[in-house]
Ligand binder design. Structure first.
Ligand code: SF4
Length: 334
């Protein structure tokens, strides 16, 4: 079994669920360098294949090849109503919509067995594009307003799964957000695999509290209430509401202000242990982070140092301090 270990902790120190099987992630096959494009080429993304690829098991999907179109093949685009566009070949005008829709509906059923924690789509593709794909109207004018046929059916079928396209993942904040979500989704699946018990949900929530707070203090409060009232309520309903709120919260971007709020909250746990000089130093570093002089990893590293030094049990288990492998350098941007 391939195991991924998060961050710099030893296994003993890790929040439960941080050492885990590799995450299963769907991906448009051409992004891994497979020569499946209409012209026989690929669209290799080195970050996805070489860097993120160390932590995930990819499930590659090429809708156009898998539905029976060959390599090379005629290029195609979307036409008509952006809500229900047709997939048309650009030279001969052949309508491939029904073929692609039928194939996609079957493929998403098959993908249910893969236990995916997310999907990375190829941007701008009439089959695989997640959003803002060109749709041509009657006067042959393109509007960036559609989803590729397979991507649309996939997102309707798996509305809660984290999805992104490779173009958007070049933005450091969107990349951090997406990767954080797939790791959380993996831990959620792991928790459900262990059992459906209130105690496990309480434990999951406790370890993710500060992470949720860094995205949405409102969700943090609402989810805390939901968990506190879980005993005695229909548990499947609680789980479903919790999962929906969790994924909704994590989709909201963290901001410098929200992170600074969490960092100040964290400081409260060291009231007695830190000397006034040490406190001053941490506060200065948080301030420099809020001013944009330092990346988030700097205050986080210092706080992690004190968590270990003073063996702070509550903070030790917080995924906020260790949400994904440090080697991905997701918190190193300012
Ligand atoms: S964009 Fe999608 S359909 Fe096109 S080559 Fe890549 S995986 Fe295949």
């Amino acid at each position: 079994m391939a195991v991924v270990v998060l961050g710099n902790y030893s296994n003993e120190d890790l929040p439960r669920g941080a050492a885990m099987e590799k995450i299963r992630l769907g991906i448009s096959a051409c992004l891994l360098g497979e020569n499946v494009r209409y012209d026989g080429g690929h669209k290799l993304d080195r970050f996805l294949r070489d860097t993120l690829g160390q932590y995930v098991d990819y499930v590659p999907v090429c809708p156009e090849v898998e539905c029976g179109l060959g390599i090379p093949r005629e290029s195609m685009h979307l036409e008509g109503n952006p809500q229900a566009p047709r997939l048309i070949t650009t030279r001969t005008g052949k309508d491939l919509t029904d073929l692609m829709v039928t194939w996609s509906r079957n493929r998403v059923q098959e993908l249910e067995k893969e236990e995916l924690c997310g999907f990375v789509f190829k941007s701008n593709s009439p089959s695989s594009g997640m959003e803002r794909v060109k749709v041509f109207d009657e006067s042959r004018m393109p509007r960036k307003s559609g989803s590729g046929i397979f991507a649309g059916i996939f997102m309707d079928h798996f509305p809660l799964l984290p999805v992104e396209d490779e173009g958007r993942l070049h933005d450091a904040r969107l990349r951090e957000n997406f990767i954080e979500r797939i790791f959380v989704f993996r831990r959620w699946r792991e928790m459900l695999g262990t059992g459906r018990k209130v105690g496990l949900l309480v434990d999951f929530h406790t370890r993710h509290k500060l992470l949720i707070m860094s995205h949405s203090p409102n969700h943090y409060r609402a989810m805390g209430k939901l968990v506190a009232e879980a005993k005695g309520a229909p548990f499947d309903e609680v789980l479903s509401r919790y999962r929906n709120q969790l994924m909704e919260a994590l989709k909201l971007k963290t901001t410098v202000k929200k992170n600074a709020n969490v960092l100040h909250h964290l400081m409260g746990y060291f009231k007695r242990q830190l000397s006034s000089d040490e406190k001053k130093e941490v506060l200065e570093i948080i301030d420099n982070y809020t001013r944009g002089y330092l990346p988030l990893i700097v205050p986080i590293t210092l706080i992690n140092h004190y968590v270990r030094k003073y063996d702070q049990p509550y903070l030790k288990q917080q995924f906020y301090l260790n949400p994904h492998p440090i080697e991905l350098q997701l918190r190193n941007h300012v």
